[in-house]
Ligand binder design. Structure first.
Ligand code: HEC
Length: 189
């Protein structure tokens, strides 16, 4: 190979190399590398896992007795906005879609005058103590099959504890908070 040919080849090679490098740099400038906020194909591993574990063992509501003493009544009142489409919370308040909820903790179930309860609630028998309220508010239609309270339920234990503490406060003489023995007995069930 003569010198000229060699030089031409070397120049072509270098030029190709430069173009390749330049192109690479250019693409980096034009398409900045970005961290994705989330996978472009979200992989919902946890949801799948929890769904299948629910099938295996249907989870009931966690006990809330231990949470009541430290519950946040103001937060409960906020959560109760989910109920106000159907319930009034005032003493002497009117029944709406649902019965008035003044003085409901430890009250007889289905006993508000002038409210047309479903057969299941009217005949359930029992009182709205902390535990039955916890069960009912977790999933009304599971606790009381056939109730006409169309409400999905409050899945967070703290939401139920706060709202039950709020309901407890809606009384001229709020019932006692659960004792340590009652809390222990409920959590060992
Ligand atoms: C879509 C309307 C609706 C919503 C929302 C709703 N309820 Fe009700 N609730 C009802 C109806 C209707 C009944 C009567 C059920 C029956 O007769 O089966 C009822 C009954 C009750 C009872 C039983 C009262 C009694 O006198 O025995 C309680 C306690 C209660 N609701 C609490 C709540 C709370 C707390 C919320 C909010 C977290 C809520 N409800 C949200 C409609 C509703």
């Amino acid at each position: 190979m003569d010198d000229l040919k060699f030089n031409k080849l070397a120049a072509a090679f270098l030029l190709a190399l430069l173009l390749a490098m330049g192109g690479y740099k250019l693409s980096e400038i034009m398409i900045p590398h970005q961290e994705l906020a989330q996978n472009s194909y979200p992989i919902e591993v946890t949801e799948v896992a929890s769904a299948s574990s629910e099938v295996a063992a249907p989870a009931g509501p966690e006990p809330i007795l231990a949470l009541l003493a430290g519950a946040d009544i103001a937060a409960g009142q906020k959560t109760a906005k989910k109920c106000t489409a159907c319930h009034v919370f005032k003493e002497g308040g009117a029944n709406k879609v649902g019965p008035v909820l003044w003085n409901v903790v430890n009250a007889d179930m289905g006993k508000i005058d002038g409210f047309a309860y479903s057969d299941v609630l009217a005949g359930f028998g029992g009182i709205w103590d902390y535990q039955s309220l916890n069960q009912f508010l977790y999933k009304p239609k599971a606790y009381m099959k056939g109730t006409k309270m169309n409400f999905a339920g409050l899945k967070k234990p703290s939401d139920r504890a706060n709202i039950i503490a709020y309901l407890r406060s809606l009384s001229a003489a709020p019932v006692a908070l659960p004792t340590a023995e009652q809390i222990a007995a409920a959590s060992s069930q």
